[in-house]
Write a protein that binds this ligand. Structure first.
Ligand code: CTP
Ligand code: MG
Length: 236
């Protein structure tokens, strides 16, 4: 089989959250995991890639931790200001990419700072599958458990058909111009935008779901970090 030609791409990593559900003494992207902080691992997933054009990281304006990281001095890593919600941080990052000379048609991969366990094979799969796609798409994982719809009384109303339910992961891969317009218009219209795909959907397009690995999890609660610590200890 021929190895597919992977397209060049930009990475955009929103990292301006406070990590309230983690209840740690610092934002979760700066917690240590196997000798480096989570954000350094996350950026490392992209920095190793031969088709990377550059990375924009959206950071809280008063972030005291970023300047202490070695990758802050990497010329391929540029910063943008974070915003109030994740979507605002992403929009600022897209504007920064345009300032840097990125083209409307360039692919942008938006990836949560708090997902340090993205496999190179998943990144390549996403790039290969979507290289010629007119819309773009995202890594996602099919629902595994039986799903229930609850009523206000905390009792099951019904069992939901699991086969059509997917969990949206990142990276999410879209063309810079299309994503920028969709996000900006969704934000002024005050619709709730929790990921890039939802902005594209709101603009009337259907992003493609690319099945990825379930262990590309987002560190949200302390047990997620403990899980990755155990997983990585087993690997190294
Ligand atoms: N994020 C961001 N700007 C915000 C909010 C979130 O850049 N205003 C980023 C986070 O840093 C994270 C990603 O978006 O990398 C996913 O968000 P989430 O997991 O919700 O992180 P936090 O908002 O930091 O955590 P919490 O919701 O528990 O406070
Ligand atoms: Mg959040």
């Amino acid at each position: 089989m021929n190895t597919p030609v992977l397209p060049p791409f930009w990475a955009l990593v929103p990292a301006a959250g406070v990590g309230s559900r983690m209840r740690a003494e610092r934002p979760k992207q700066y917690l240590e995991l196997g000798g480096k902080c989570i954000l350094e691992h996350t950026l490392g997933c992209f920095l190793d890639h031969p088709q990377l054009r550059g990375i924009v990281v959206s950071l809280a304006v008063d972030d005291p931790f970023w300047p202490t990281l070695a990758c802050a001095n990497d010329p391929r890593v540029l910063r943008a200001d974070g915003g109030r919600e994740r979507a605002d941080s992403v929009l600022n990052g897209l504007l920064r990419l345009t300032e840097l000379g990125a083209d409307e048609q360039d692919w942008v991969l938006v990836h949560d700072a708090a997902r340090p366990n993205l496999a190179q094979s998943d990144l390549d799969l996403l790039l290969a599958e979507l290289a010629d796609d007119p819309v773009g798409g995202l890594l996602a994982v099919p629902a595994r458990d039986t799903l229930k719809r609850a009523g206000a009384d905390g009792r099951v109303r019904e069992t939901v058909d699991r086969s059509v339910i997917w969990q949206a992961y990142t990276p999410q891969m879209f063309r810079l111009g299309m994503l920028h317009r969709a996000l900006a218009e969704a934000l002024v219209s005050d619709v709730s935008i929790t990921d890039e795909a939802s902005a594209i959907e709101w603009a009337g397009q259907s992003p493609r779901l690319i099945e990825g690995r379930a262990d590309n999890l987002k560190v949200t609660r302390p047990e997620d970090l403990h899980y990755l610590e155990r997983l990585w200890r087993g690997r190294h």
